[in-house]
Design a protein. Structure first.
Length: 440
C-alpha cells in the first residue's frame, strides 16, 4: 500500500488532534498576499490529484491531551454522513465549543497581534480605487527614520493649505501673502499676483487700494495710472494682506481683495475703541509697520491698513544718503505715530517717523569733534553747492568748499577739517581737504 493511502478520509487527523486551533497564529506567520494558493479550501483541491506525504507537513503532537467528548462522537455515529458543506460547518461549531470549554493562554506577542487584527477589523473599508488611480498612485508605505514617524508629502501640504484658504473664504479671515507680480491681461486689465504658500492669488488693480481715484480723466488719468504702475513695481516682494473673495476648487484658483482687508483693519485699529475707551492707534503710539517700498530718499510703510511715506530725514538723527542701504522691502520697523486724521474709514491719513523712536545723541557726538581736527567721512548728499557729510564718529557735517581738484560726489569718502561747531543745528562746519576714494 502506498503512502497516499494512509491519508484516507478516516485516517486524516482532525484539527483538534493536531492542536492547531489551540495555538494562536502569530502575525509573522500570515502568508503574503501574492500567494493565493494558501487561501484555497479543501473544496478547491482537484479530487483526482494524488496526495503526497511530502506536501502535507507533519504537525507535532500537542503537549497536553484534551478530554474527548463521548456525547459528540455518539451524535456523529447516529447521524447520517452529511455533505462537505455541512462537515465544514460542524467542524467550526465543534472548534468554537471546544475553545470555550478549554481557554487558551496567549503570550504577549500573540495578544498584541490579536489586538492589531481587531483594530483593523473596526476600521471602515477603504474606498474603491479605479485602475487609472491605482496605476498613478505610488506606494503609500514610507520607511521613516523615527519609529512611527510621519512624513508630510507635497500633496498633503497642498491639501492642507487649500483647506486653510477655503476656511478663510468662508470666515472672511485676513491672510498675508507676498506680492509676486503685475500682469497685463488681453483686455488691458491689470491684475496683481500674490503668492500664498505656493498658491496663486489674483487681485484686481482696483482692489489694491494703492491711491484713491480722484475722478480724473484724459491725460491726467493716464499719468495717474502710470504712477500706480510705478508704485506697484516698487512693491514687488512686499507682504500684503488680503481677503479671499472667490475660489474654484477644481482649478484651485483664488481671487482676493486687498482693499477689503485694509478697510477691516482700519475699522478695528483706527475707528473702534478699546476697553479703555481710546483708539488703538493714536498720536505718540509706538507701532510696528511693514516696509512695502524703498527709494533713495525714503521708504513707504503700511501701518495696520494705512500706507504712509517716511522721508530720509525722518528715518534717523544722522544723515542718510540712500535709504536702500538701510532698509529693504519686507522689513518690519518700529515707528511713532505723529498725527492721525480719521474723518472716515476710507480717508484715514497717518504721519509717522522712525527717528523719534531712538534717542537723540547729536550733541553728545558733536562734543567729540575738535576744531582744526581732521576726520574721515562719507558724502551723503549735495544740494546747491553744499556738501553734506556723515563723519566716521557719527557727526553730521557741512562743507562749502573743497581743496581737491576732483569734485566730490555722493558716497565718496573724503577728508574733512572742522572749522567750527554749530550746536544750534547740531552740525560741524568745515572744509573738504581731499577726496580719499571716489564712488564711480
Amino acid at each position: 500500500m502506498s503512502k497516499a493511502n494512509d491519508f484516507t478520509e478516516d485516517n486524516i487527523p482532525t484539527p483538534e488532534e493536531n492542536g492547531v486551533l489551540d495555538e494562536p497564529i502569530p502575525a509573522a506567520a500570515v502568508p503574503p498576499e501574492d500567494d493565493i494558493s494558501v487561501f484555497l479550501d479543501d473544496e478547491d483541491t482537484p479530487p483526482n490529484d494524488p496526495v503526497s506525504t511530502e506536501d502535507v507537513p507533519e504537525t507535532p503532537a500537542p503537549t497536553t491531551t484534551k478530554p474527548k467528548r463521548a456525547s459528540r462522537k455518539k451524535k456523529v455515529e447516529a447521524e447520517p454522513a452529511p455533505d462537505e458543506t455541512d462537515t465544514s460547518e460542524e467542524t467550526i461549531t465543534e472548534d468554537a465549543e471546544e475553545a470555550a470549554e478549554s481557554p487558551v493562554m496567549l503570550d504577549d506577542e500573540a495578544l498584541d497581534s490579536l489586538m492589531d487584527d481587531m483594530d483593523e477589523a473596526l476600521l471602515p473599508p477603504p474606498p474603491p480605487v479605479s485602475r487609472s488611480t491605482a496605476s498613478r498612485t505610488p506606494n503609500a508605505s514610507i520607511l521613516t527614520l523615527e519609529v512611527r514617524g510621519e512624513v508630510e508629502t507635497k500633496s498633503d501640504r497642498d491639501d492642507f493649505i487649500w483647506h486653510e484658504i477655503h476656511n478663510a473664504y468662508r470666515t472672511r479671515k485676513i491672510l498675508t501673502g507676498q506680492l509676486g507680480g503685475v500682469e497685463q491681461m488681453e483686455n488691458n486689465k491689470t491684475i496683481i499676483i500674490v503668492d500664498y504658500k505656493g498658491f496663486r492669488v489674483v487681485i484686481p488693480l482696483k482692489e489694491m487700494m494703492i491711491e484713491p481715484n480722484s475722478g480724473v480723466s484724459g491725460k491726467a488719468y493716464e499719468e495717474f495710472m502710470t504712477r500706480k504702475h510705478k508704485l506697484l513695481s516698487k512693491m514687488l516682494g512686499a507682504e500684503i494682506d488680503f481677503i479671499v473673495r472667490g475660489i474654484d476648487s477644481k482649478t484651485r484658483a483664488v481671487v482676493a481683495s486687498r482693499k477689503e482687508a485694509m478697510l477691516k483693519k482700519r475699522q478695528t485699529f483706527y475707528m473702534d475703541l478699546d476697553v479703555n475707551g481710546i483708539h488703538r492707534i493714536h498720536e505718540g503710539r509706538l507701532v510696528q509697520a511693514r516696509v512695502i517700498a524703498v527709494a533713495e530718499k525714503g521708504i513707504r510703510v503700511e501701518i495696520f491698513g494705512v500706507e504712509c511715506s517716511i522721508v530720509a530725514k525722518d528715518l534717523a538723527w544722522y544723515w542718510i544718503g540712500d535709504a536702500r542701504e538701510y532698509y529693504s522691502i519686507g522689513d518690519n520697523v518700529l515707528v511713532r505715530i505723529q498725527s492721525v486724521k480719521r474723518d472716515s474709514v476710507e480717508t484715514i491719513k497717518v504721519v509717522a517717523d522712525v527717528r523719534s523712536v531712538t534717542q537723540d545723541n547729536t550733541l553728545e557726538n558733536l562734543r567729540k569733534c575738535k576744531v582744526q581736527s581732521k576726520y574721515a567721512g562719507k558724502v551723503t548728499d549735495i544740494h546747491k553747492g553744499v556738501v553734506f557729510i556723515r563723519l566716521s564718529n557719527g557727526v553730521n557735517a557741512i562743507a562749502h568748499s573743497c581743496y581737491d581738484f576732483r569734485t566730490p560726489g555722493k558716497k565718496d569718502d573724503v577728508s574733512f577739517v572742522v572749522t567750527r561747531l554749530d550746536e544750534d543745528r547740531g552740525v560741524a562746519v568745515g572744509i573738504i581737504t581731499r577726496v580719499i576714494r571716489q564712488n564711480l
